[in-house]
Design a protein around this ligand. Sequence first.
Ligand code: DX5
Length: 230
Amino acid sequence: MPLITYRDRDVLLVPSILAADFAQLGNEVRAADAAGADWFQADIMDGRFVPNISFGPLVVAALRPHTTRLLDCHLMILEPERYVDDFVKAGAGQITVHAEACLHLHSVVHQIKAYGIRAGVALTPATPLSAVEEIIDDLDLLLIMSVNPGFGGQHFIPHSLDKLRRARALLDAHGSQALLQVDGGIAADTIRDVVAAGATSLVAGSAVFGHKDGVEAAINSLRHALVDLA
Ligand code: DX5
């Protein structure tokens, strides 16, 4: 169930499993699913595009039977085109690649779409929106990173709000139905601003899986932070 409907758009909550207890991943995903998660994001990291190594398609495949929610694979890897097939076979319902990691971004987006799943493009904080202007009509999702990719638990970069507003305007100018996703430092103290700026898909790791009272309390806290925006 969406966190909120704001300006006639459903706003989805996408817990990032990067912050979950990897020794209990299936249980964590089932608990967050039951507590109202809309999708789940798998943060894939290769230690080259980003300075961290996380996990690959085998973990996505292991999770697939534990939830019917869409598995959103955020590939923070170089040459992601090499692994699209593996993540589709693992059960990805969406694959998001970084504009900065692709020599031929239009080609990779259409490679993903050819599998009949959703295609997203992510931009790091320093990459301008112009990097996707020519392919905006091809996207199912645009991800604005509000931290530098590689690690959970970072602080939200404030200039991300202006970038979100401009991204919202760009998508609206094209009549795009793509989701506008934001990822990094999304918590009770930042969630209201990003929704007001036009985000429609919110990735949260620490704020969901790192909450002291568990995932249900965490998701209720995020929902409560939006109550006066409805
Ligand atoms: C960074 C990751 C994180 C993660 C969310 O590469 O993409 O942004 O998903 O982390 P939190 O919600 O803990 O900032």
